[in-house]
Design a protein around this ligand. Structure first.
Ligand SMILES: NC(=O)c1ccc[n+]([C@@H]2O[C@H](COP(=O)([O-])OP(=O)(O)OC[C@H]3O[C@@H](n4cnc5c(N)ncnc54)[C@H](O)[C@@H]3O)[C@@H](O)[C@H]2O)c1
Length: 251
């Protein structure tokens, strides 16, 4: 099995906290150079101090809603790391509310970060992955795509779009040896999820999860490390649920 990522370069958007942060650390500990793009400068500074093992973390202040900023950050990563092999698009703006009560400014911000941010990061990364002779793009979907989550209308619309985009891009980019995969985590205890799910909500979700435990950010990160390895070279276009089985359980 070849799990080491020494010599590989990655971009993780939303890398300062939650699933993105765990992914940055897991990739670096597997040997990769990892650029964390985020607007949370305190979180980036804290990440830079964490144990990154044999790899390297490059904290980069970047608003993924700004296309030019994403392209500029991507060019910096390529200049510093010598190329690019992997993009993980995690950045998200969480907001749960009834659709009719979601103000336009929030809808636009959610779309700008979650959907446009993913599109800009992919547009910036793809030519560099091609230059490397292939690579991997990971989009963040959600179990929200598989079952209805109350008050998650805008969020689910974005996740559904990412899910569809992954399948479409897997076909478009497959001949260039670029694999494109979506991850669909169940509830994961992160700062973002904490802003929309309270203690009782997490407990209720855990209670109906067949495995009896909720996935952690590290569980999601471990899947990214595996997908980035040669062991997963035949995997593309899938949506990988990492949810303890919650989507199979009765509510
Ligand atoms: N936590 C869960 O339960 C869960 C479940 C399913 C899917 N997901 C998905 O996983 C991904 C990560 O979620 P999380 O729970 O770690 O979220 P989080 O809110 O804890 O972290 C998101 C990160 O994105 C950053 N960010 C926000 N706006 C940004 C911008 N404009 N530019 C750059 N960075 C920005 C934040 O600063 C933060 O560091 C998201 O795509 C989310 O939809 C999470």
């Amino acid at each position: 099995m070849t799990r080491g990522l020494t010599g590989r370069a990655a971009i993780v958007t939303g890398g300062a906290r939650g699933i993105g942060r765990a992914t940055c650390l897991a990739l670096a500990r597997a040997g990769a150079t990892v650029a964390a793009l985020d607007i949370d400068s305190a979180g980036l500074a804290e990440l830079a101090r964490a144990d990154s093992g044999p790899g390297r973390i490059l904290p980069m202040a970047c608003d993924v809603a700004e296309r030019e900023a994403v392209f500029a950050a991507t060019e910096r990563v390529v200049a510093e790391a010598g190329g690019l092999d992997l993009l993980v698009a995690c950045a998200v703006h969480f907001h749960f509310a009834p659709l009719v009560e979601t103000p336009p400014a929030i809808v636009r911000q959610m779309l700008a970060v979650g959907l446009e941010g993913t599109l800009w990061a992919m547009q910036a990364a793809i030519p560099h992955l091609e230059r490397r002779g292939g690579g991997l793009i990971v989009g963040l979907s959600s179990v929200a795509v598989f079952y209805g989550i109350r008050h998650a209308g805008v969020y689910t619309a974005i996740k559904g779009a990412i899910d569809a985009l992954v399948r479409q891009q897997a076909v478009e980019l497959g001949p260039k040896n670029i694999r494109v995969v979506a991850l669909a985590p169940g509830p994961v205890d992160t700062p973002g999820a904490r802003s929309v799910i309270d203690d009782a909500g997490f407990a209720a979700r855990q209670a109906r999860t067949p495995l009896g435990r909720l996935a952690t950010a590290e569980d999601i990160a471990a899947a990214v490390v595996w997908l980035a390895s040669e062991d997963a070279r035949s995997i593309t276009g899938i949506t990988l649920k990492i949810d303890g089985g919650i989507t199979l359980a009765a509510p």
